[in-house]
Design a protein around this ligand. Structure first.
Ligand code: C2E
Ligand code: CA
Ligand code: CA
Length: 381
């Protein structure tokens, strides 16, 4: 029984080979895998479980340290396995309870996903044609003063019947169709119009727009973006274009042409999801970026996880050497905020401060933030 209410059935095997031969392995809700078994070790088990096309989630158990468990989890994923969690031995009732909770949460989330509509290419393209997409704004906050320095424009589809649809349901499809530039241009135009209508409130705000790698193959992109900005008199230096790390590095020659010309036109450039690709300091030095965004997977929980903290710290050090500003993404907890602050990160984005909101709500947020900052300045005088 877990938490005195849910009965669970545990079946144990003293040897991995017996487990592999058993039907139970195909029926279990969760497979607990001890990495250090004498007859067949956990790494060999990954291979065998992968060959059996096991789809149930696994929890890894080991006496080795957390870095080992993390590396093992990466290998398991390469074998197509799903890792729910990794646990250092000894196993305790508390650890089992939290494992059970995350298993319940994951299956609830999966059920929701399965219930959610999947949209066809045609529906998405029609939505774009009908200008049903809009940008929600997530503030970027200065670590020291808590002043809002900028916002990231995050695409949302305002679906006529389903309401607000997350990018999860359309970005990948649009990328496969090579049609993200339609979305970027619409979001840029909306952003520029918003700026032009609210110049007083947002004059100091830096607006960040996401662009996909395939857009960097379009040599006309710098001119097109420049024209949109100049039509409304918005300085291009108030726009930052975010591109994900792995995508730029994969095709440097094409990317560099367009990136350099965007820079010449005055746009700021940001390297997004940093740490998820494999770029080296040398490669980064060859690219004209102004800002580096450390991916959420390293920031979230960095106060509890020594290796995450090392990654954040060394990324900051490298970014400083290259003259790049650092943004930490996905800050949800005060403890993590304190760590990134102490490591010299200049600004953060995350649910700790703000979730993405509509343009209208952002105007309320920015006016409150401006008033708070002014009060702080008066107090300190
Ligand atoms: P991203 O560029 O890394 O954007 C940050 C994502 O993290 C956003 O998800 C944001 O809502 C979420 N986030 C921010 N802070 C937190 C936090 O503290 N906790 C958690 N759990 N999440 C946080 P969203 O809006 O769902 O966007 C997902 C991704 O879709 C974006 O990741 C970006 O890669 C892509 N995307 C969004 N809009 C566009 C767009 O206009 N064009 C392109 N090409 N991609 C876009
Ligand atoms: Ca981004
Ligand atoms: Ca990101």
């Amino acid at each position: 029984m877990i938490e005195n209410q849910t009965p669970c059935r545990f079946i144990g095997f003293d040897c991995g080979f017996k487990a592999l031969e058993s039907d139970e392995i195909h029926m279990a809700s969760l497979i607990l895998l001890d990495m250090n078994m004498p007859s067949i070790d956990g790494v060999e088990m990954f291979r065998k479980l992968g060959e059996l096309n096991i789809t149930q989630p696994l929890a890894l158990l080991s006496g080795e340290n957390s870095l080992f468990l993390k590396n093992a989890a990466s290998l398991a994923q390469m074998h197509g396995l799903t890792i729910l969690d990794s646990i250092e031995k000894p196993l305790s009732a508390n650890k089992l309870t939290s494992l059970y909770k995350s298993l319940c949460e994951t299956s609830r989330a999966q059920k929701q996903d399965n219930q959610t509509n999947q949209y066809s290419n045609e529906e998405i393209l029609n939505g774009l044609q009908n200008e049903e997409f809009t940008g929600h704004l997530q503030p970027k906050v200065c670590c020291k003063t808590e002043e809002i320095l900028g916002v990231e424009v995050l695409a949302r589809w305002i679906h006529p019947t389903d309401g607000i649809v997350s990018p999860f349901f359309f970005i990948e499809l649009l990328e496969n169709l090579g049609k993200t530039s339609l979305l970027s241009s619409q979001l840029l135009l909306q952003t520029v119009q918003f700026w032009s209508q609210n110049k007083k409130a947002v004059s100091r705000i830096q607006f960040s727009i996401n662009i996909s790698a395939n857009e960097l193959e379009d040599v006309n992109l710098p001119e097109r973006f420049y024209t949109i900005c100049s039509e409304y008199g918005m300085p291009t230096s108030s726009i930052t274009l975010e591109v994900t790390e792995s995508n730029v590095i994969n095709d440097i020659k094409h990317s560099l042409d367009v990136l350099l010309r965007l820079k010449l036109k005055g746009f700021k450039l940001s390297i997004d999801d940093f740490g998820t690709g494999y770029s080296s300091m040398k490669q980064l030095n060859e690219l004209p970026f102004d800002e580096l965004k450390i991916d959420r997977c390293f920031v979230d929980g960095c106060s509890q996880d020594a290796s995450k903290k090392i990654i954040v710290s060394s990324t900051c050090e490298m970014a400083n050497k290259l003259g790049l500003e650092v943004v930490a993404e996905g800050v949800e907890e005060l403890a993590d905020l304190n760590v990134v602050r102490q490591l010299g990160v200049k600004s953060v984005q995350g649910f700790y401060y703000f979730k993405p909101c509509s343009q209208q709500d952002f105007l309320t947020v920015i006016s409150k933030n401006t008033a708070d900052i002014n009060r702080k300045i008066i107090k300190s005088k």
